[in-house]
Design a protein around this ligand. Structure first.
Ligand code: GDP
Length: 761
């Protein structure tokens, strides 16, 4: 069964990427055996690529789009900072002919003077700023999708990851698996993204790819093996031996553009045989077909091995490890070949949409361009020509001039201009089909919106946006940065519907609310980093709610008739809890008979009760599951007014609230933990201490998977404490489940704290 990734927001439950189909989309054709010292390097690259099956005979039965879909890869590149992601991206664009010279990102490794930060920014801008860059390699289209630099699970990160079909994880051969490598890898695992690893910087002093590989096994728990071995290391790093094709590759020319294939050096034969065997054994562990051949001691051909690696990688049971030095222009072209050979094409990954006509029932999208259009706006960019919206098409075709429907807003719009992005340029196109990533201009939408042709009402993410569960007061330190500060908040709200901004009526402070501590931390950090605004933040507060448990009568007369225009209004009735499972949180019913209160005042009464229910008197939080019934009252011919009745309702609510036995509700989170079994006891004990209820405890290999319901109020700082309890090996996800009543002593404590804080004001 596909495991649905969990996160702090219920929406993330619907993240896709269960790669169910594992059939290889292309058979491999062996690389050329002759040395490729040809003049024209583009021609040469094409010939060099493995898996190039341009000449594959097409069967007539196959649908028209199959071939172009098979020649498409949507990938991301993720890395710990400074591992060489920018350098690698730039080399990829260079070898694929998208940029015509290499701009060096010089700096920390003693390879030249450090560029000033503006230049560095510009440099990075060229390659990775656009949300999706398109290039071609060996007849294949590759979209490189930028994965956000901030590394945690907000809806924005989720969207960027869900449009990837595969990824390259860059590791540094000196630094090895670092903290951020663990985080980005965990995200990709959560979103079920098949991946390749690339151990970069083999030219650096202290480079040790085998140490890094073993760290990937122990720290990232990758089932992985090298598909290449280096010839020489550090200063002597010369090239790579391909363990599948059994060829040695040298990278020549001023920018490594000439890939020269040669025989394996004699002194490396034994080592190569050992590493090839290790590769075969590792893949056989997870691929029955290869295991059969291997166990029967039959010879394993390059094609057998390549196909098995592809199956296992797409099934996310194996990670092939590539090596090289992006900076020294070595190993990038074979890595690109690896992307074609081992990462899935769009229709090898299953995706789901939610049918809004059927209560968000999941529908599998076959990825068929002949189907009805379904496209997700996954990223917005403010460009020179207005808003640029990046779309991933999941099904159907989109054409310039088409009318499409934004399912989230119901708006029908015309596609004025359709483009494909190449690093910093764009190309106008007439149409694009399922699997592709394109950008549209002048379409007003929020990121996360889904577009269709109107024949279906599918969305790629849930329309039920959960209520935020935690809030925080933030304020810019300097008044001058107010403009940037509100710009940041506006943008985040547009990108993430679970992030809200409000004003505390009493203190006048800006309050941000979201799905948890981490969620809010990320935004505060982004305000600092991306908008350069230093902000002071208050203590995060859990969004408690209040509710009533009993029926209580009210009879309140609001009367002020001393001089001038008087006020007069009397309201009678009762409040009571709504029956469980009610779809609304507040209900108002008018059971007045006769003309005790003129009907024109009734809306003001309803408004008054609603307003009063915004802040219960236990701890000042909103009161929900409340029904107000108005049965009687009185009015005055001259002094009654809307205001008088609204105030009467507010006071009436306050008068009867205590008699309705109010209780405090707190958010309960569904927490899923994965920890090495040795830590299971202490982690479960800690959950109990946090008043959590363990509802499941399963074994998954060497890990224990614990599921529990835990009050959010007891989860502050949990990531740090889990890290220390499990030596950094445990991970957890958390999502909102429900609000439920707090225990009696917690209620007393909360009420006393609230009273004390009010007293102090
Ligand atoms: P990013 O932060 O992951 O995008 O990393 P960059 O591409 O900006 O690279 C960080 C630093 O490492 C820069 O100084 C690069 O020149 C350097 N670098 C990148 N790849 C290599 C490599 O293969 N070998 C060496 N020696 N340095 C590299």
């Amino acid at each position: 069964m596909a495991r649905f990734p969990r996160s702090t927001t219920p929406r993330l439950l619907y993240t896709l990427f269960s790669s169910s189909k594992t059939t290889p989309s292309h058979s491999s054709s062996p690389s050329p055996t002759t040395a490729l010292l040809l003049g024209n390097f583009h021609l040469q690259l094409r010939q060099f690529s493995a898996g190039g099956n341009l000449a594959r005979a097409k069967e007539d039965k196959e649908p028209w789009w199959k071939d172009s879909m098979e020649h498409l890869r949507n990938i991301g590149i993720s890395a710990h900072i400074d591992s060489g992601k920018t350098t690698l991206t730039e080399r990829i664009l260079y070898y694929t002919g998208k940029i015509h010279e290499i701009h060096e990102v010089r700096g920390r490794d003693g390879v030249g003077a450090k560029m000033d930060s503006m230049d560095l920014e510009r440099e990075k801008g060229i390659t990775i700023q656009s949300a999706a860059t398109y290039c071609t390699w060996s007849g294949y289209q590759i979209n490189i999708i930028d994965t956000p630099g901030h590394v945690d699970f907000t809806i924005e990160v989720e969207r960027a990851l869900r449009v990837l079909d595969g990824a390259i994880l860059v590791l540094c051969s000196v630094g090895g698996v670092q903290s951020q490598s663990i985080t980005v890898d965990r995200q990709m695992r959560r979103y079920e993204v098949p991946r390749l690893a690339f151990i970069n910087k083999l030219d650096r002093m202290g480079a040790d790819p085998w140490k890094v590989l073993s760290q990937a096994r122990s720290k990232l728990r990758h089932h992985c093996a090298a598909v290449q071995v280096p010839m020489g290391l550090e200063e002597d790093f010369e090239g790579l031996v391909d363990l599948v094709q059994l060829k040695a590759y040298h990278f020549q020319g001023s920018s490594g553009e000439k890939v020269v294939s040669a025989e394996i050096p004699a002194d490396m034969e034994a080592f190569v045989a050992e590493k090839r065997r290790e590769l075969i054994e590792t893949v056989s562990d997870v691929d029955d077909k290869l295991a059969d051949v291997f166990l029967n001691d039959e010879p394993i051909s390059a094609t057998d091995l390549e196909e098995a690696i592809r199956r296992a990688t797409i099934a996310r049971k194996f990670i092939p490890v590539f090596m090289g030095s992006a900076f020294k222009n070595k190993g990038v072209q074979p890595l690109l070949n690896g992307v074609l050979s081992y990462l899935p094409c769009p229709h090898e990954v299953s995706n789901y949409a939610l049918d809004q006509k059927k209560n968000e029932e999941k529908v599998i999208l076959a990825g068929n361009p002949d189907g009805p259009l379904v496209a997700l706006a996954f990223k917005l960019e403010e460009g020179r020509f207005g808003q640029l919206t990046y779309l991933r098409i999941y099904e159907g075709v989109i054409r310039k001039g088409d009318f499409i429907i934004n399912v989230n807003t119901g708006k029908r719009i015309k596609v004025p201009r359709l483009v494909r992005m190449h690093s910093d340029e764009m190309e106008d196109i007439q149409e694009a089909h399922a699997g592709q990533i394109v950008a549209v201009f002048g379409v007003d939408c929020a990121s996360g919106d889904t577009f269709t042709d109107g024949s279906v009402k599918y969305t790629m993410t849930s329309m039920n946006v959960p209520e935020p569960v935690m809030s925080l007061a933030v304020q810019p330190v300097s008044k001058d940065s107010g403009g940037q500060f509100s710009k940041a908040l506006n943008r985040f709200q547009r990108e993430d519907p679970t992030f809200r901004v409000g004003l505390d009526a009493e203190s006048g402070q800006t309050i941000i609310s979201g799905m948890g501590e981490l969620h809010l931390d990320i935004y505060v950090e982004r305000i600092r980093r991306e908008y350069k605004v230093d902000a002071t933040v208050g203590k995060p507060r859990v969004n408690f709610r209040e509710t009533v448990t009993n029926r209580a009568e009210f009879d309140y007369l609001h009367k002020k008739q001393s001089g001038g225009q008087g006020q007069y209004g009397r309201v009678c009735g009762y409040i009571e809890p709504l029956p469980p499972g009610s779809p609304t949180k507040f209900e108002f019913e008018n059971l007045l008979v006769g003309q005790a209160i003129p009907s024109s005042f009734v809306p003001a009464i309803e408004k008054g009760f609603k307003e009063a229910a915004n802040s219960g008197s236990l701890i000042g939080h909103p009161v929900e599951n409340l029904r107000v019934v108005l049965t009687d009252g009185a009015s005055h011919a001259v002094d009654s007014s809307e205001l008088a009745f609204k105030l009467a309702a507010i006071y009436a609510f306050r008068q009867c609230y205590a008699a309705a036995r109010p209780t405090i509700l707190e958010p309960i989170m569904l927490v899923e933990l994965k920890v090495p079994t040795e830590f299971q006891g202490s982690v479960a004990g800690d959950i109990n201490k946090r008043k959590g209820v363990i509802i499941g405890n399963d074994q998954e290999g060497d890990d224990s998977v614990i599921t529990a319901h835990v009050p959010l109020n007891n989860m502050f700082g949990y990531s740090t404490s889990l890290r220390s309890m499990t030596q950094g090996k445990g991970e957890f996800t958390m999502e909102y489940k429900e609000h439920s009543p707090v225990s009696h002593d917690v209620q007393t404590q909360l009420v006393n704290t609230y009273k004390a804080s009010r007293g102090a004001e």
